[in-house]
Design a protein around this ligand. Structure first.
Ligand code: PGA
Length: 251
């Protein structure tokens, strides 16, 4: 009932030429678009080229960040309309790297989520605990605060376009994956928070991705968990073969 969604978060990797080469490789490896949503999230500079390259394919396009204002004196920023113009349909918001290195708070993420939804962009909203939170038994408290803060004040209609990504920070780019049980527990918990914030039906329909060192070798088991509806893939999305293998595991 929930369609799996696999998104490749390329982070600050790939020039335009490299991005086009990667998309062409992905297209060669995978053309059966059934049963899964697949989203590529290149850096801003490669969005236009990747947008052109995915036209007419089952691949969809997302950005990695955006500003919440429509336009104005915000040097270095990109607006929702600028993303829509390039046929972006998704935008990653509140990634832990944005929270850690660029000071994004739940309040900022919430402004961005609302601006994205108002522009018909589907936000992929990232939450996840640090290692010290997990070790101190604070995982649920931290994740609940992020979910409630980042997704505050949404209408039922808006909730239907939201994707949540649970990414334990200690598993991102470290090769250390949450066990399927740890991930499933966190996902079920997030769904219970959504139930309190929205309602039972929206909590059952909202898609929750796992992110953090997902690769072909562990994707099947993670994606087989009841409340895991896809993956937000960093490192393994930079190589066509491994990305497509994860997509096929989701299919
Ligand atoms: P990773 O990154 O797959 O390289 O751990 C995931 C992410 O940060 O979205």
């Amino acid at each position: 009932m929930r369609k799996p969604i696999i998104a490749g978060n390329w982070k600050m990797n790939n020039t335009v030429a490299e991005a086009i080469a990667l998309v062409e490789d992905i297209k060669r490896e995978w053309s059966d678009g059934s049963g899964v949503d697949v989203v590529l999230c290149p850096p801003f500079t490669a969005l236009k080229s990747v947008s052109d390259a995915v036209t007419g394919t089952p691949l969809d396009l997302g950005a990695q960040n955006m500003h919440w204002e429509a336009s104005g004196a915000y040097t270095g920023e990109v607006s929702p309309a600028m993303l829509r113009e390039l046929f972006c349909h998704y935008v990653i918001l509140g990634h832990s790297e944005r929270r850690t290195y660029f000071g994004e708070t739940d309040e900022i993420v919430n402004k961005k989520v609302k601006a994205a939804l108002a522009s018909n962009l589907r936000p992929i909203v990232c939450v996840g605990e640090q290692l010290e939170d997990r070790d101190a038994g604070r995982t649920e408290a931290v994740v609940e605060e992020q979910v409630r803060g980042s997704l505050a004040g949404l209408s039922s209609r808006e909730w239907t376009d939201v994707v949540i990504a649970y990414e334990p920070v200690w598993a991102i780019g470290t090769g250390r994956t949450a066990s399927p049980e740890q991930a499933q527990d966190a996902h079920a918990f997030i769904r219970s928070v959504v139930r309190e914030m929205a309602d039972e039906s929206l909590s059952q329909s909202v898609r929750i991705q796992y992110g953090g060192s997902m690769k072909p070798a562990n994707a099947g088991e993670l994606l087989g968990q009841a409340d895991i509806d896809g993956g937000l893939i960093g490192g393994a999305s930079l190589e066509a073969r491994s990305f497509v293998d994860i997509v096929k595991a989701a299919q």
